[in-house]
Ligand binder design. Structure first.
Ligand SMILES: Cc1ncc(C[n+]2csc(CCOP(=O)(O)OP(=O)(O)O)c2C)c(N)n1
Length: 318
């Protein structure tokens, strides 16, 4: 079942919430009010929304340090996400995790992860647990194409096929691994044939198309739920901002980024909504609603308390 046209306004609002979340975080970062790293997903929002909306809240998901969009699309409260960015006790990880460690098991978000490829076996573990408990939950894992040369990636793909795990592997290919063009470090720049070689269905799609992303993940989820095993989706996208705050972006040209902007997912969905008959006023209204969600989250985060010093060692395992 495709993403029905009457849900597209919601998808548009959701993508704008993610984008405005990151725009706000960037401002806070520039004001010195957020510490640590921040890896933006601006330009990649359709992967998160199409992917997470195609599974259920009870399904599991893992993602990377570039995971604000995935987490929010999976159902993480925007208030808890913003509070986490500001290191507040009301944050999803009680203010102790920050940008790279958004977690909320209540919506199936098992965790963002700063270690390249580390979320892949975690998702496989959740898929194995679901299978052993005879539940119908599936696990979705997002990772960058920089993960495909990690040993644990290959070990997991192999076992996922052998064990027919209900796992959906989404390789979010934005062409660069940090600041290195991926074709300089990976012998086959297209990653899906390597996954197919393990014996699972593997496709490469234009993932700036939120409807296509949704339909592809939904089909994979249905296969996984009915015992058909894992699927690999190479989701082609583009990161419009730098790898992280302070990235001088010397590895790509301004022209390349400008060209990518013509194909970026928010503008594309706006065009599609207009084709479906929605007015510029409708679009402005949805944008205003997204802005209100972010304003509320910021107000909540700013007025929240910092973690108490005596709690510094609670929930910490090492
Ligand atoms: C195991 C490991 N090695 C190295 C790093 C440093 N590192 C951070 S991001 C990154 C590149 C990852 O690229 P990709 O998977 O394509 O994701 P993207 O940043 O493009 O979203 C690297 C090597 C790390 N975090 N973990």
């Amino acid at each position: 079942m495709p993403l029905s046209p009457d849900r597209l306004p919601d998808a548009y609002r959701q993508m704008l919430i993610i984008r405005k979340f990151e725009e706000t975080v960037r401002n806070l970062y520039q004001q010195g009010r957020i510490r640590g790293s921040f890896h933006p997903c601006v330009g990649q929002e359709a992967v998160a929304v199409g992917g997470c909306w195609a599974v259920r809240q009870g399904d599991f998901m893992t993602c990377t340090y570039r995971g604000h969009g995935h987490a929010i699309a999976k159902g993480l409260s925007v208030r808890a996400a913003m509070a986490e960015m500001l290191g507040k006790a009301t944050g999803c990880s009680k203010g102790k995790g920050g940008s790279m460690h958004f977690t909320d098991p209540s919506v199936g978000l098992l965790g963002a992860n700063a270690i390249v490829a580390a979320g892949i076996p975690h998702a496989a573990g959740a898929a194995l647990a679901s299978q052993m408990q005879k539940k119908d939950a599936v696990a979705l894992t997002f990772f960058g194409e920089g993960a495909v040369n990690q040993g644990v990636y290959h070990e997991t793909l192999n076992l996922a096929v052998i064990w027919k795990l209900p796992l959906i592997l989404v390789c979010e290919n934005n062409l660069y691994s940090e600041m290195t063009p991926s074709h300089e470090t990976t012998s086959q720049a297209e990653t899906y044939p390597r996954a197919a070689a393990y014996g699972m269905p593997a496709v490469r799609i234009d993932a700036n198309d939120v409807e296509l992303m949704y339909a592809t993940v939904e089909e994979a989820a249905a296969r996984a739920r009915s015992g058909g095993g894992p699927t690999y989706i190479e989701a082609m996208t583009y990161r419009l901002w730098g790898h992280m705050m302070g990235d001088p972006e010397v590895y790509r040209t301004k022209e390349e980024v400008a060209r990518a902007r013509e194909n970026e997912p928010v503008t594309r969905l706006a065009r599609r909504l207009k084709e479906l008959g929605h007015s510029a006023r409708d679009l402005a209204q949805w944008e205003a609603e997204a802005e209100a969600v972010i304003a509320d989250a910021l107000q909540f985060a700013e007025s929240s308390p910092a973690p108490k010093p005596e709690e510094a060692f609670t929930d910490v395992f090492a």
